[in-house]
Design a protein around this ligand. Sequence first.
Ligand SMILES: [Fe+2]
Length: 94
Amino acid sequence: MLSQIPIDFNQVKKKGIDMEILRVGMIAELDAVNLYEQLAAMAENVNIRKALMDIAKEEKTHMGEFQALLLEVDKEQKKELEEGKKEIEEMSGK
Ligand SMILES: [Fe+2]
């Protein structure tokens, strides 16, 4: 990861602070998804494995919450997300 977490908020302009906070939240949630899925893959106990996969799923919800908030405040991100989706649909013929 190239960005610094926790952020030195003195380096962030006041205008962009909420967007930066939301992006950090998204990164943390995606990292948590990977961590819990990796731990689930290693767990020998089936209940631990199930719990970890359930928690990983909840982290995806948290990621979606941060993303929804980011798309409300970062209109460029919203536009580029839609652009990226369109490009993939064209590339895959869907
Ligand atoms: Fe979370």
